[in-house]
Structure formats: C-alpha cells, structure tokens
Design a protein around this ligand. Sequence first.
Ligand code: AMP
Ligand code: MG
Length: 440
Amino acid sequence: MKDLHHHSPNSPILLTASLHVDEARQAIASLVTDLLQESRSMNTAGDIESVTLDQAINRILAEDLLSPIDVPAGDNSAMDGFAFNGDCLGDSDNTVTLKVAGTAYAGKPYAGQIRSGECLKIMTGALMPDGCDTVIPQEFTESADASLASFKQNQVKRGENRRLRGEDLQMGKAAMTAGRLLRPSDLGLAASLGIASLKVHRKLKVAILSSGDELRPLGQALDAGSIYDSNRYSLTGLLNRLNIDIIDCGIVRDDPASLKAAFIDAASKADVLISSGGVSVGEADFTKQIMQELGDVGFWKIAMRPGRPMAFGILKSVQGSSRKTLFFGLPGNPVAVMVTFYQFVRSALLQLNGASQTEAPLTQAIAEAPIRKKPGRTEFQRAILGRGADGKPTVKLTGSQGAGILRSMSEANCFVILPHDQGNVAAGDWVDVALFDGLL
Ligand code: AMP
Ligand code: MG
C-alpha cells in the first residue's frame, strides 16, 4: 500500500499527484486478491453454505454445478409436425406421401414402431419414436386426408427439427461454473436439472457509518446548519441489491475518540467497512491519524468527478487478531458516495465474495446536447438513456450535476462516463453509458 500514499503518476499539469481511476481500481483489486489468498490459506470451511433455489438469487456460486442428467434426456421434436425416417428424402421436389401411424405428445411417447412408408404426428417436445430421425413441420405438409401426410422430398434435410439427447448439456459437464452471480435464468437452469439447492459463498457483512457533526438521523428536527443523513439510505439500497448483510454503525461525530471507537467496533464485526464523509482536505488529517493506528490506509486524490477524495485500505481492529477488514472511506457528498460505490466498491465486494465477473456492463449512446469536459479526469454525469426518432440510443443529462445534488441522480437511469483523456463532447457524439439497473 505504501506506494499509493504518495502516488504521483504522469498526470497532466492540472492534476498532479492524482490517481487515475483505473489505477485506483487496480490497486483495490490487487489488495482484494491478497486478502482472498490469505483467507484461502486459513480454514475457510464456514465460508460456503447451501441454500435452496428460492433463496439463491444474487448469491455467488461457490463450486461448479455438474449436470446429473443429459439435457434433453432423449431425442425429441423441435416442432409440431410429422416424424419419419429421412431415407425417403431427396433433392427433387417430388411429393412423398406417408401414412400417419399415430400421435406422440410431450410427456406421452408413442409406444409402437414406425415402419417404412409411415410417419408419426408429433408435438413439440415429444420423444422421437424409434426409427425416425427427421421432423417435417405441420405447415410444410399438405393432405386432404388426416391419415396421410404429403410433402416435397427436398422440403427438409435428414435430422432437421429434431433436438438431440444431451444437446444443451451432457451429464457430468458443468452447467454453471463457480463464481457465477446467480440470476433468475440460473435458478431455472438448476431446477431444470432437478437440483433444489446450491452451494454459495456466505453473505458478506458490511458495516456502514456516516461521519459528520452536521448529520441528523431521520425523525429528529433539523437545527441550524444540520442536514439529514441521507448517505446511510442510498448505501443501504446499494448494498441490499448485492444481497449483503448490513451492520449499521450509525452517525459518528467528528472527534477522534468517537471515530476511533466506531472504526474498531465496525472492524471487529464486519468484512468490510464503508464510511462516508471526513476524507476531504479539511478533515482528512484527522482521520489519517486514527487510521495510522488502526491499519494501513491510503488517502487518495482520484482524478475523477465527482468523488475525488477517497480513503482505502485495511483495518486491523482487535489486537493480536489476524482478522482484516477492508475499508472504504467514501467522500461525504451524496452523489459522490454513489459514484465511488459503483466505480470501486461494487466490484471489490463482488470479488471478495468470490464472483468471477465483477465489471459492470457498459453500453454506448449518442449525446443529445454538448457536454463540457476537461481532459485529465474521468467524469460521471447523471443522465437518462432513451431512444431517438431514428431508433438509435440517446442520452440526455439530468439537470445540475453538482456532487451534492441527489435529485438529478434520482431522475437519472444511467451514468455517462467520460474517460480521462476526453475533452468536450459535441451533440451527436457517441459516449459510454453505465445503466444503474445493469449494475446488479
Ligand atoms: P465531507 O466529505 O465530510 O467533507 O462532506 C462533504 C459534504 O457531504 C458536506 O456537505 C456534508 O455535509 C455532506 N455529507 C457528509 N455526510 C453526509 C451524509 N451521511 N448524508 C448527507 N450528506 C452528507
Ligand atoms: Mg464532514
């Protein structure tokens, strides 16, 4: 961590001694990797638990899920139509007429034999009868008589419209691999294999605290100069989306003894502590002092907007204990809290919880209006992703972009992310977009 305390990459003149967003992300990821390696070398049996499918959404799969069956379990029809032996097919458009020997339904296979010159009326999903390898869809057949099916010899090729046993998944192969963040389709997939519960990593315990003398809890009247503690609730919302156990450490006053006690308490209970406030230039010295006693924490100036100051590192709470708590000291401004969470904390929490894919997906859209941007920092602008008259995706910023203005965040459905070296954006330019709902 030492090298990050006084980090000075080759930044533009304007922002000397600032950390590039990517460098901050890398430093976080590599510290989490170290932590994971340490915990793996210790006894981690308690880190995995079994949950039923109805409890498994948004949990992270802890081991490969091997399929106990072939999917599908037998060859079956992909269409409603007629199953037959492809020997009668050919290149000409001569008509073939087959006698319909019976009907096979999904879940109700046909028991008899299909002989040469015969076919079987078959429904989608019904098992293919012995001797048949091809299905002609109903709409390609013509026959005035329900006991006969006629079609052109070259209308289908041998093997068409048939699903093969094990085509989706073979018995013994991994249906999903460890590290998967479980989504609704994954639960359906597990169920389709007859699997009722999954081994997942235990939920992370994350402590949150808000620091600042001006903060008041909800339900209390505001005196002059005080504000409500809103960060607690946006953070709770963000963490709940990640299925995390939250330990609420309340509001902590700006005095060293209270802060120190709160940090020690949080670190003794939680895997991760997220604080907001108290890391800006005016207040950081004070927090730094405490952190020197409790752990190894870097105080960063990140070349980004909003969210420039941030503290990050490790707390070692209890004397003699090997327990380490990851610490994120987020800036106090309500929008900066959310931006730094999305940009740094979310992927770190996923990684710490064993997820293999931790990056949020990005898309692109056309800026409806010009956006002012200085090169030398990554900017996150709140915006609404929509669709232009020509059907192409567009983004429009939502009102004032001040770091404390939550309303424009609440109205937005995405961030426009303007990369470090980017200058002003012209109307009509394509820009990167991260959807809030795509983030989890
Ligand atoms: P700080 O990072 O402590 O200098 O705070 C920056 C700004 O964010 C100040 O205007 C604080 O009043 C505000 N702020 C800090 N913590 C919170 C919070 N928990 N809820 C709402 N605003 C906050
Ligand atoms: Mg403060």
